[in-house]
Ligand binder design. Structure first.
Ligand SMILES: *Cc1c(COP(=O)(O)O)cnc(C)c1O
Length: 411
């Protein structure tokens, strides 16, 4: 077991240790919730000031042209493309992950127009499941959604499967799918594959082109640090772009929005996936989040995150072994995303007390605490402190407070 001084030494030796200065992290806070809302890059302050004082404040509507507002969605797409192994013209930012899922699922059904089945797993993120329900209800032609256990996913794909859609890193357990293997299994049956990368993009290298992925989307405000409600990206492989037929045909996806014609004619390529006017203030925050990745290797980020996770597991095994905590995530770092879930029957109260003591993770019903390992701004020594605080809270039972009996609206 490593000693405290050795955690400090790991920080000193880390190739990423300077990156933390680019984020706003309050003193006394150990932020372990980057899988839910990434920390704020400090440069957001200047960029939003420029937006307020100059761009919107002075240049007003001219900013669409002179300050690049109009091309921001595709520029951000180019920025994220290298983080997910896509070509720059295969990715664009638009709407939320939920809305993009809707557009992409319908696109897949229109491409595979002879097939009726969509497969996903029971443990997928709720919005993914809800959107599929909504598609089945509104799309017609007897679409069936098969929601199956993750171990049965591959066996369920058959010649009637239009689409397999999954989230790469499970939001609760952190368990990863093998993106390449699972995509291959879908393709063997002639199905398309749509990956939700919300819990993996920005946390690890992803190679969409290498895995021959058809469609993908992912969240801007988690590991990409784009701020609350940041736009999400969507990816359509080049080979399908000629066949895009998406349902939310708004003017920003039109070939010539300012021709103001009465008929919809889709733009070329990925641009036709757009719908309406993007939220520019939010996109500016996201630009700063993505800029942090310039010159940074996701291989380094991933390696440090796995190492922090391993140390966290070893420390909790040792310091908290007398308490009824259990590890929900895979022990093998290669098989999990960048967060770790621990189960405890009083998980909600425990997490509230951790937060009150400066260790910010989160709670997921029914009994799970999540801790994210984001080496861009989390230090090894923070991991040491977090477990020490957890141990003290368990030992003193300070989590046992009446105010933790009722849950807040957002957990
Ligand atoms: C966070 C997350 C989302 C969020 O969707 P929104 O539309 O931004 O609310 C979707 N899917 C997964 C897997 C997520 O982790």
């Amino acid at each position: 077991l490593l000693k405290k001084s050795e955690f400090i030494a790991l920080d000193a030796a880390s190739t990423l240790s300077g990156v933390r200065q680019r984020f706003s992290i309050p003193d006394g806070v150990i932020y372990m919730n980057g899988n839910s809302l990434g920390a704020m890059p400090k440069s957001v302050g200047d960029s939003l000031s420029a937006f307020v004082e100059k761009e919107w404040g002075q240049d007003l509507i001219r900013s669409w042209n002179v300050n690049g507002w109009y091309v921001l969605a595709s520029q951000l797409g180019e920025q994220v493309s290298r983080l997910i192994g896509a070509a720059p013209d295969e990715v664009i930012f638009s709407d939320s992950t939920s809305v993009n899922l809707y557009k992409l699922v319908v696109t897949a059904l229109n491409i595979k127009s002879q097939r009726k089945k969509i497969i996903t797993d029971t443990d997928n993120f709720p919005t993914d499941l809800y959107i599929l329900e909504g598609v089945a209800k509104s799309f017609g032609r007897g679409i069936e959604i098969e929601v199956v256990d993750r171990k049965d996913v591959i066996d369920c794909i058959d010649r009637d499967t239009a689409l397999l859609t999954l989230t790469q890193a499970n939001y609760r357990t952190s368990e990863l799918y093998d993106l390449q293997e699972v995509s291959k299994a879908a393709h063997r049956q002639g199905a398309l594959v749509l990956w939700d990368l919300s819990h993996s993009c920005g946390a690890m290298p992803i190679d969409l082109n290498g895995a021959n992925v058809d469609l993908a989307t992912g969240c801007g405000y988690k590991y990409l640090n784009g701020g609350p409600g940041a736009p999400a990206f969507l990816y359509v492989a080049k080979r399908w772009q000629e066949q895009i037929d998406q349902p939310l045909t708004g003017w920003m996806g039109h070939k010539a929005p300012f021709a103001m014609s009465a008929d919809y004619v889709p733009a070329e390529g990925i641009t036709q996936m757009l719908t309406g006017t993007p939220p520019i203030a939010s996109a500016i925050c996201l630009r700063e989040g993505l800029s942090v990745f310039d010159g940074i290797s996701l291989t380094d980020v991933r390696a440090a995150s796995m190492e922090m996770g391993k140390l966290f597991i070893e420390l909790t095994d040792d310091l908290c072994r007398d308490y009824p905590l259990s590890l929900v995530s895979p022990v093998d770092g290669e098989r999990r995303g960048s967060h770790i879930a621990l189960r405890h029957e009083n998980a909600y109260a425990l997490m509230q007390e951790l937060i009150a003591n400066g260790v910010i993770g989160d709670f997921r019903a029914a009994d799970i605490m999540r801790f994210a390992f984001t080496p861009l701004y989390l230090r090894y020594i923070d991991v040491w402190h977090a477990v020490a605080v957890l141990r003290t809270i368990l030992e003193t039972e300070s989590w046992n407070k009446p105010e933790y009996a009722t849950r807040a609206a957002v957990t």
